[in-house]
Design a protein around this ligand. Structure first.
Ligand SMILES: [Zn+2]
Ligand SMILES: [Zn+2]
Length: 246
C-alpha cells in the first residue's frame, strides 16, 4: 500500500489530500483500489508512479472535498486517456448525487457524457451485511463527522489482509469495532491534544489505546499542529510516498 496523499484539507506540511493506494499481493483477485480520493489525488498518484487509469474502485469515507474531490478528475482523466475498464465508487448514502453535483459544478455537462467505461456507484450503509466491491469485502461503520451525508469508518478485506480506516471522525467506539483484529488501522490524527470538533486527536487514540486491537496503527490527516508533535507520537505516522507491505 502507498500513502499517495497523507495530508489534511489545507496542504499542511506540503502534503497531498487523502489518497491511499492498496494493491493486493499475488495474482490480481482484486484492486488496485483507493481509500479516499482528495482533490489533489491525480498528482499525488503520479508522483508515486501509480497509474490512475488502473484503479478498479475508490472507497470514499465521506463526502468532503479532501476525501472525494479528486473523483471528477479521475473520471475525466480516464475518459481522455481512453479508459475502458469500469470504475466502482463506493461511499456513503448520497454519493451518487454528490458526485454528479461535483462533476457538474467543476466541468458542466461532464456528468451526462457517454464514456467508454462505466462508473458504478455503490452506496454503503453501516449495519448492512458486508458488501463485496470490486473483489474487496467491505464493512461500513458510522463515523461522527458532519459532511452533508453520513460519514463512514471502513473495514476492507483484500489480498488476505484486513485494513480499517477511520476517515475523519470524532472518537466513537465504532473505531475499535472496525479495527478489531485488523492487520492495519489507518487513523486520523488531526491535532495533538487540542479539542476540535468532529475530528480525532492523538490524545483520543492514546486514551483508547487498549481498545484498539489492530496489529499496527498508522496516523494520517495531520494538521500543522500534529506534524509539530511527530517525535512524541505513540504510533507510526504516514507521509506522502510511504509504502507499507502488510
Ligand atoms: Zn472531513
Ligand atoms: Zn478531511
Amino acid at each position: 500500500m502507498t500513502f499517495a496523499g497523507s495530508g489534511d484539507a489545507f496542504g499542511s506540511g506540503g502534503r497531498f489530500q487523502a489518497c491511499i493506494h492498496l494493491r493486493p499481493a499475488g495474482p490480481p483477485s482484486a484492486g488496485p483500489v483507493l481509500l479516499d480520493c482528495g482533490a489533489t489525488s491525480l498528482p499525488a498518484l503520479r508522483r508515486c508512479g501509480l497509474d490512475p487509469g488502473g484503479i478498479a474502485a475508490v472507497f470514499v469515507s465521506h463526502l468532503h472535498g479532501d476525501h472525494f474531490g479528486g473523483l471528477p478528475f479521475l473520471i475525466l482523466g480516464g475518459q481522455f486517456a481512453g479508459r475502458v475498464s469500469p470504475l466502482v465508487v463506493a461511499g456513503p448514502a448520497g454519493t451518487r448525487q454528490r458526485l454528479g453535483d461535483a462533476m457538474e459544478c467543476m466541468f458542466p455537462g461532464s456528468s451526462r457524457v457517454r464514456r467508454r467505461f462505466a462508473v458504478e456507484v455503490t452506496e454503503l450503509h453501516p449495519g448492512a451485511p458486508d458488501a463485496v466491491v470490486a473483489g474487496v469485502r467491505t464493512q461500513a461503520f458510522p463515523a461522527r463527522h458532519p459532511s452533508g451525508a453520513p460519514a463512514l469508518i471502513l473495514r476492507l478485506a483484500l489480498g488476505g489482509r484486513v485494513i480499517a480506516y477511520t476517515g475523519d471522525t470524532a472518537w466513537t467506539p465504532a473505531i475499535a469495532e472496525a479495527a478489531a483484529g485488523a492487520d492495519l488501522l489507518i487513523a486520523e490524527a488531526y491535532y495533538w491534544d487540542k479539542a476540535v470538533p468532529h475530528h480525532l486527536r492523538h490524545a483520543d487514540l492514546a486514551v483508547h489505546r487498549d481498545e484498539l486491537t489492530a496489529r499496527r496503527t498508522v496516523l494520517t490527516h495531520m494538521s500543522a499542529d500534529m506534524l509539530g508533535h511527530l517525535e512524541q507520537a505513540r504510533y507510526e505516522t504516514a507521509h506522502d510516498g510511504l509504502v507499507l507491505q502488510l
